[in-house]
Write a protein of this length. Sequence first.
Length: 472
Amino acid sequence: MFISKISGALLAAALLCLLATGCRYTAAPADLLEKPTIASDKQALVQAVQKALPPHAQLALPMRDDNLGAVRLLDVDGDGIDEALVSFNNEYSSPELMLLRYRGNTWKPYYTIQQPLSMRMDWMKVSDYDKDGKLDLAVGWIGSYDGSNMVELYSLSQTPVRNEEGKLVLEPEDSLPYLYAEAGDLNGDGKLELAVVTGDWANQEVQLPNYKLTVYEWTKGKLHALQQLDLSNDVINYDRLLIGKISERHTGIVLEAAVGAHSMYTFMYVWEKGKLRPVALSEQGEYGNALVSGTPTQNEDINGDGIIELSRPKEPAGYPDLPYAGMLWVNEWLQWDGDKGFKSIKEEFTSNSYQISFTIPNQWKGRYTLRSPEVHREYGLVTFEYWNEKTGYKTEIGTLYAVPLTKWGSIQEEWKETDRSYNVVFNYAGLVYIFAQQLAPPGTMDISDRQLFYAMQLNKDQLPELLVPRPD
């Protein structure tokens, strides 16, 4: 999410919010009008930032926000005194950064960081990239119109120079074009490496792309390539890259690419013996070792163990002819074992529109499917069904509903049925989330199916663990 605009009347409140403990620039304007609790020593910084920003400037966050806010306190030069790094859009809506220093009991602007040809800031990451005891900055700038995206690296303690307007600006130590870039400790040496996806079009007539992945380290003020790999050209674009642990004993890169209106590929590369190598995610190298998804998804550390899991959406079992527009997906999360196998971490149904997730309980696995609700469908999200793979027999287990809080009191009486149990799980974002469980199977159900059906019944205490909010 790219948050860029705050009116002048709310700027001070926004700055107070950014500097208050636990407060970030994601609040609604009405929330920003309430002055948060803030230490007295931050008041001077708030006033200094207000004064230093150009007229009509607006606080801004990178498009890929790292949750650190638009005002960051950090010790740039290792002298034990924090500086303030502020990200904003100038009066021409171009992104800039400003560094303020605390000198003589006063916050004063020192220099700005600019990329005049950019229209947005894609991402930024502050770290001691070369382990010299001083902080460095990597910034990804989105090029304007037909301009290239540029990743630039700065040494924040370097001496700035004056530009044509007489302002002190910090110049980059090195820069290069990119399509997607990310920084992370890939080889376990305690320093951040830079992984960069680039693409050129050797044949301008047919626009054939030539994608590459290059890993750089920053030493002596310059980027030095450690390795370059050719990537699959059978994609529309590479649009996401993760660096981190990919198994209990390996680090690596997970790379995502769009290949159609809805489909995507996921590639994984493991760092071994000083270089990257691809991990086969499909049998016999099909799709160039990629994991294929029929719907957009994102890979992440889903269970908080520090390891990146792979997301594999699956079509609902027993419904082979569903059109894409009406498809409900089950997402299976896979973790690499560091060898040739993957273990299933969990399966879940996720609604991005409602920002909720329902974890499939263990007693359902291999015996369930899902479809669109037919009862009270105006509030229904998904219906889960018992499914017999051998016979194809299906019957409802339960349905998940989201009812506006203002309507729930009046309609819950209408929903009382003898064969369904309506369990309120939680209230979230003005909605009441209810799991309606089918208490008894149809009378015509085979006895063997009937036993499995009853084994899949959920008790009320399980539901808060299975159904949870998942905000962006």
